[in-house]
Design a binder for this molecule. Structure first.
Ligand code: SF4
Ligand code: SF4
Length: 158
């Protein structure tokens, strides 16, 4: 199946911080003030091209809300503490050691949502339960072959 996205297969797209305004509204509202970057205790937010970005290679979002609370321009918003932080989910590609017959469970062990299934005896790649995955990114940097990417639903369905 072809991907309806400009993001190449296996690549991680630009990921906005949690609770970012949708689409172009975030880019319009984010002033690049780095208040969210400074507020994040996990240090998983960075500034790229003048806008805040979530970088899962730096670690895991714990959904602590500190970035939202720090964002004075309102580019990150969750006033009722009730909305979903984002739509992306983890996806595993063929670089997974399990797909090559090598035992590994690093991602499963890191996942706080128990959303990763490792087939027994390395008989296949790790599998993500998209309903359980929160997109936190804890599995991304621990993968020794960089086989896990966070992608939006139309990309993870491919
Ligand atoms: S919710 Fe907390 S851990 Fe997640 S990006 Fe915002 S400040 Fe960092
Ligand atoms: S991104 Fe999803 S699969 Fe990966 S650690 Fe977080 S909840 Fe688990």
């Amino acid at each position: 199946m072809s991907r309806p996205s400009s993001v190449p297969p296996g690549a991680t797209p630009v990921l906005r911080p949690p609770w970012a305004l949708a689409g172009g509204a975030f880019a319009n509202a984010c002033t690049g003030c780095v208040a969210c970057v400074d507020a994040c205790p996990e240090q998983v937010l960075v500034l790229r091209k003048g806008k805040a970005v979530f970088d899962p290679e730096r670690g895991e979002c714990t959904f602590c809300h500190a970035c939202v609370d720090a964002c004075v321009p309102g580019a990150l918003r969750d006033p009722e503490h009730a909305s979903a932080p984002w739509a992306h989910r983890a996806r595993v590609d063929d670089a997974c050691l399990g797909a090559q017959g090598v035992v590994c469970a690093s991602c499963r062990d890191a996942c706080p949502e128990s959303a990763i299934l490792i087939p027994p005896a390395a008989r296949g790649a790790a599998r993500i339960d998209a309903d359980a995955c929160s997109g936190c990114g804890a599995c991304v940097s621990v993968c020794p072959t960089h086989a896990i990417h966070l992608q939006l639903p139309q990309e993870t369905a491919a």
